[in-house]
Ligand binder design. Sequence first.
Ligand SMILES: Nc1ncnc2c1ncn2[C@@H]1O[C@H](COP(=O)(O)OP(=O)(O)O)[C@@H](O)[C@H]1O
Ligand SMILES: [Mg+2]
Length: 272
Amino acid sequence: MPFFNPSSRPDGPPIVEIQNLWTIFHSGGSDYVIHKDLNLTIARGQILALVGGSGSGKTTLLRQILGLETPTRGQILVAGQPVAKLGGKGATGRVGMLFQHGALFSAFNVLENIAFALRELKTLPDELIRDAAMVKLQMVGLDAKDAYKMPADLSGGMIKRVALARALVMDPPLLLLDEPTAGLDPEGADGLCALLRSLCQELELTLVMVTHDLDTLHELCSHVAVLADQCVVANGTPEQVMQHPHPFIQHFFLGERGARAMGLLPVTSVSG
Ligand SMILES: Nc1ncnc2c1ncn2[C@@H]1O[C@H](COP(=O)(O)OP(=O)(O)O)[C@@H](O)[C@H]1O
Ligand SMILES: [Mg+2]
């Protein structure tokens, strides 16, 4: 079968190397194989879209890269070191994660949410923590006057920005994002994409982003990895991956929705 080689030479040195990874969940007396001998190398500086059907194991893979879950077999290296040694929770600050639903602490204000990981270190003076969190707040396009708001008082777009600031507070070189634009209106999604692009340029971040949003993918992502049949069936630039004959890929990119996102079809008019 024609195949885009998932290990085709990346541009920079690898920041994530996933090697022969298996994930098997046990439930109701049965085994479910989610990842089957999955391999993926992500080069520094890439903005990678991780796409795949619902339940294909995208979120699980991000959680494994972060160190919150351990694969059944195989290994994941981040910056050349096995994830297990990073001490879970990305606590060394190598990996930041924007969780799917923002996942802010509802009892903490914006600034306390952003500062959380720094405070957990228990080594820095309060003033320094506050200043560092304030810098991140402004970096994600929020105003100093938002610092003392509670999560319940924020719009969906602001929650994403606070969660992003919190993920960046330790200055990680690698940021994982789980469906960052899901639930945002088109304007909010465009704003978040523009912010992510400028952060990537300023901070030399590598992004790994689960997304179903073809506009985001085409606008932002340098590379795409496709999860199907329990492994990575294609990995390359969007233009390369779109050529792959796998039915999921053809449907995802070249179905009507995909063609519209690429400007090949007019936006549907409302007809009666
Ligand atoms: N801790 C778990 N125990 C059992 N099954 C799980 C667990 N986590 C995820 N799963 C199952 O693994 C599959 C992949 O889940 P997930 O990674 O969330 O998929 P995706 O993000 O691609 O939609 C789903 O069928 C899900 O129900
Ligand atoms: Mg998911």
